[in-house]
Design a protein around this ligand. Sequence first.
Ligand code: IDP
Ligand code: MG
Length: 153
Amino acid sequence: MEQTFIILKPSTINRGLVGDVITRFQRKGLIIAGIKMMQLDEKILREHYAHLVDRPFFPLLEKSMMATPVIVMVLRGIDVVSVVRGMVGATNCRKATPGTIRGDFGMSGQENIVHASDSIENAAVEIARFFRPEEIFDYEQLTFPAIYSPDDF
Ligand code: IDP
Ligand code: MG
């Protein structure tokens, strides 16, 4: 089943929103396949945000992403990459639709609560960057038959 990669950014940690954000993913019916806390450094951020290293705001982004440890997660579900991007909302929290995580929990473009992979290909690369294979668990959550119909597969 498809997997995506999430970071609960320092804005989530500092604002005490860890439970609220994870609850949203669980209520949606997404399976937590991996979860841990870690301190990011310049090396991993330059890889993770390679598409932004030349942007003027990159030093500020780097500093903000290292401000506290973060929580990284792997979520599993059918079409999970696009489902989670929809749940997360537009990059700038002020423009994100109410009802999305960024739309409901933030007011900033940069301090925007979560990272979520933007494609299946990038999800695979990001999961491999942040997790060892043995940190990702393949198990059958008991709610699974209630979340999906055989028709969904
Ligand atoms: P995304 O997180 O919605 O996928 P990206 O364009 O991949 O957006 O940017 C990665 C992160 O860089 C954003 O989540 C945000 O924290 C930060 N960022 C993006 N654009 C800007 C900007 O114009 N100013 C400040 N920070 C930005
Ligand atoms: Mg992105």
